[in-house]
Design a protein around this ligand. Structure first.
Ligand code: G6P
Ligand code: MG
Length: 226
């Protein structure tokens, strides 16, 4: 059997932190005098913190000094930390623990590949940090998704070539990053939005152990695409 490894995005795949990001960004937008909707928030998924602020300021058509931007990045994150430090294991999304169990039972290693600098804290809060073979987060990458860097570092942590890696992602930028890394991309969420993915599922409860077994019996990504 072909050796396979898995790379998980965090926000929107394992936990739903998008709602907390949204509340914190929305408060900042309101402070700056404009509305920030849930639709706007979609644009920030998978995007780094600094880039998120740029997008938000673009929506409000607001220009700020570098100093002010730094200040708002800190206050937004402090507010976000207020939410995530209250998170517990019941905030793990349905199907995630079962999928980790399946991977464990098949001897498939997995790492995290997230743009979030808070990723280790979140995994610790929900009690699954120790299960991961490695963590690649916003502190260890210089190029954000859709650049494949985060996943290529993940492949190194798995000690596998990229084409032996499978990525679970909920963001368009993340699917593009996985495809650019020549990995198998699995979109979690809206199929239309994530149509660039090799496979699509609404959520992790749909990812069965049979699917994983079939996946690891396929030799490489080219076969998936054929
Ligand atoms: C994830 C989320 C983004 C968030 C980014 C940075 O990719 O999907 O919405 O902006 O992480 O998160 P951080 O915790 O470092 O602010
Ligand atoms: Mg995500």
């Amino acid at each position: 059997m072909q050796k396979t490894g898995v790379i998980f995005d965090l926000d929107g795949v394992i936990v739903d932190t998008a709602k907390y990001h949204y509340l914190a960004w929305k408060n900042l937008a309101n402070k700056l005098g404009f509305e920030f909707t849930e639709k706007h928030n979609e644009l920030l998924k998978g995007v780094s913190r600094v880039r998120s602020l740029e997008i938000l300021l673009g929506i409000g058509n607001i220009k700020l000094s570098e100093e002010k931007k730094q200040e708002y990045l800190v206050t937004k994150n402090e507010e976000y930390l207020g939410f995530i430090t209250k998170m517990k294991s019941d905030e793990i999304l349905p199907g995630a623990l079962e999928l980790l169990d399946t991977l464990d039972s098949l001897g498939i290693k997995y790492v995290l590949g997230s743009a979030s600098k808070n990723a280790p804290l979140i995994l610790k809060q929900v009690g699954i940090f120790e299960r991961f073979t490695g963590i690649v987060d916003g502190n260890s990458v210089s190029k954000a998704k859709p650049d494949p860097e985060v996943f290529l570092i993940g492949a190194k942590k798995l000690n596998l070539p990229p084409e032996h890696c499978v990525v679970f992602e909920d963001a368009i930028a993340g699917i593009e990053a996985a495809n650019r890394a020549d990995m198998v991309s699995i979109g979690i969420g809206n199929e239309e939005t994530l149509h660039e993915a090799d496979y699509n599922f609404e959520n992790l409860t749909e990812v069965t152990s049979d699917f994983i077994k079939k996946l690891i019996s396929v030799k490489n990504k080219k076969k998936h695409r054929a």
